[in-house]
Design a protein around this ligand. Sequence first.
Ligand SMILES: [Zn+2]
Ligand SMILES: [Zn+2]
Ligand SMILES: [Zn+2]
Length: 130
Amino acid sequence: MDEELTVESRIAPPALTCPKCNGLLPSKLGIVECELCSASVRVDHEPTRTKWLKERISCPSCSKVLIAGVDQRPAQLRCADCDAQFTLAAKVVRVEIECPICHRGLRMKQRPGQRTIDCPACDSAFKVSF
Ligand SMILES: [Zn+2]
Ligand SMILES: [Zn+2]
Ligand SMILES: [Zn+2]
């Protein structure tokens, strides 16, 4: 049986915009494809790589704290203690927005492009774009 163990990284690269269309780029480093205009953009951020390398995470199997030791996300890791293999996934960037109708703060995953949001508080639908 293949158990899928995943730990979410706590470090995300800075939010960058596409030099072509000015839209939000996916939260990655390396060659990133803009989801809005399909441009390939090379993004790198040394401080993020360094933090990724040194990030402390706990093993999802035995809870022992490990140092990631890899400067990319996602990454496949193996716990030296219990031998469990797991994926260190990219951090999911969440943003706080305000419903324009009832002004309630909503937290959501930040994704490039425009989306329609249904406010859980007042049931209004509104559009957001990043
Ligand atoms: Zn673009
Ligand atoms: Zn372990
Ligand atoms: Zn609302």
